[in-house]
Design a protein around this ligand. Sequence first.
Ligand SMILES: [Zn+2]
Length: 73
Amino acid sequence: MSAFSLKRAAKPADGAVIKRILVRCPSTGKLTATGKTVEEAAWPQTKLTKPKLDCPHCRQVHIWTKDDVVLAR
Ligand SMILES: [Zn+2]
């Protein structure tokens, strides 16, 4: 008898909400699409590996973190 049978969250079959990942440009304050999308329910567990953004607003490369992200439809 196992007391440690943790139930893993199954992949959501339906009702999944896919969001676009937007990042605010620190120079212009404009929201910029990163071109990435994420399932909204998976976002809290999503790990990012030093994501970068080629910013069309100020033409610089921004390194962003989850704290900078705005999820949009
Ligand atoms: Zn920028």
